[in-house]
Design a protein around this ligand. Structure first.
Ligand SMILES: NC(=O)N[C@@H](CC(=O)O)C(=O)O
Ligand SMILES: [Zn+2]
Ligand SMILES: [Zn+2]
Length: 379
């Protein structure tokens, strides 16, 4: 299925602009009028959290995405199939009544995860991957793996048996390694040896940030090695962290890198390669946990992600490649059916809210208060 770029369709566009676009009046509608019709996208890397945060953010993802790989780094983490089943139930309860959103659950790998747990996960039908957090690498990773080859080989071998993908936060945690080099060193010291040892293990390198990761993924076996890519790593370089002062809402892990890396990632995803697919890494934290002396890592992008991906592909002159990235490459890699429903993106200016306010606090979205050009809408 090829995505359709229709230009112009004035009457339909105006109808959408007045009735279905959030907070948007006809007066803001700009020419030339364009709309993109895409097979409904999925998000292959999402943090939905739990409790109040889950209630707050689940509708944003459910509005735009059909399915999402839900990350297991809760406190305490989702380390068993039983916990994943219970977490899935609470996600389903947090969704709007008419939502068809499907959470695809993951297990948090630890030094003590058993091969039997992988069998249970596969049999459950609701767990679709296992997530590797090197202990100490990122938010809520303290229970992660301390020694992958020393502690986890039997589990990884069982994952090969069960055709269960390993999703990887690809950074070393050695404090003597420069924070901007941690992804590259992880590729050289962990991922390369892992793939050599277990070539039939399906591996997704999550939220890639460097040209080194691009080359590594491109050199792997298609169908066995792939990567998710976030809006922030496509649109921002490390200057964004210090633009006019310290910018906590641009801080995520792996940290933003140099412009040359951003460009390599843009080239990779807009090339049409099947090895790269949409994973927002939308990672909400309450404002007071970001704007504080030791602010935590994570960017909340669920409400803006599709607009931002469209912007990247448009600026690269590759809108014809957008749909494969948002809607085909992910399910194809996971061996799941592609979605059949469609969504539309309208080329129209809209302002990103400054914040989302809830009784428990505020969440600041990526590009808060800025004007974007593509807006998802539903007819
Ligand atoms: N990306 C982030 O900066 N943070 C994520 C964890 C992760 O994906 O590494 C989070 O859970 O907040
Ligand atoms: Zn991560
Ligand atoms: Zn993440």
């Amino acid at each position: 299925m090829i995505n359709t770029l229709v230009l112009p369709r004035p009457s339909k566009a105006l109808k959408f602009s007045s009735t279905t676009l959030d907070g948007l009046g006809k007066s803001k509608y700009r020419s030339p009028k364009m709309e993109l019709t895409l097979t409904q996208p999925d998000d292959w890397h999402l943090h939905l959290r739990d409790g109040d945060l889950l209630q707050a953010v689940a509708p944003h993802s459910a509005n735009h995405f059909g399915r999402a790989i839900v990350m297991p780094n809760l406190k305490p983490p989702i380390t068993t199939t039983a916990l994943a089943i219970a977490y899935r139930e609470s996600i389903l309860k947090a969704l709007p009544a008419d939502s068809n959103f499907t959470p695809l659950m993951t297990l948090y790998l630890t030094d003590t995860t058993s091969p039997e747990e992988i069998k249970l996960a596969r049999r459950s039908g609701v767990v679709f991957a296992v997530k590797l957090y090197p202990a100490g690498a990122t938010t809520n990773s303290q229970d992660g793996v301390t020694d992958l080859f020393g502690k986890c080989l039997p589990v990884l071998e069982e994952m090969v048996e069960q055709n269960m993908p390993l999703l990887v936060h690809g950074e070393v945690t050695d404090s003597t390694v420069d924070v901007f080099d941690r992804e590259k060193v992880f590729i050289d010291t962990v991922l390369q040896p892992l793939i050599q040892r277990l070539p039939s293990l399906k591996v997704v390198m999550e939220h890639i940030t460097t040209m080194d990761a691009v080359s590594f993924v491109e050199s792997g076996e298609e169908g066995f090695l792939a990567a998710t890519v976030t809006p922030q790593h496509l649109l921002l370089n490390r200057n964004a962290l210090f633009q006019g002062g310290l910018q906590p809402h641009s801080y995520c892990l792996p940290v933003l890198k140099r412009e040359i890396h951003r460009q390599a990632i843009v080239s990779a995803v807009t090339s049409g390669s099947k090895r790269f697919f949409l994973g927002t890494d939308s990672a909400p934290h309450e404002r007071r946990r970001k704007e504080c002396p030791c602010g935590c890592a994570g960017i909340y992008n669920a409400p803006v992600a599709l607009s931002l991906y469209a912007k990247v592909f448009e600026e690269a002159g590759a809108l014809d490649k957008l749909e494969a990235f948002t809607s085909f490459n992910g399910p194809d890699f996971y061996g799941l059916p592609r979605n059949t429903s469609k969504i539309k993106l309208m080329k129209t200016s809209w302002k990103v809210p400054e914040s989302f306010s809830f009784s428990f606090g505020d969440i600041i979205p990526m590009f808060a208060g800025e004007t974007l050009q593509w807006q998802p809408c539903f007819s």
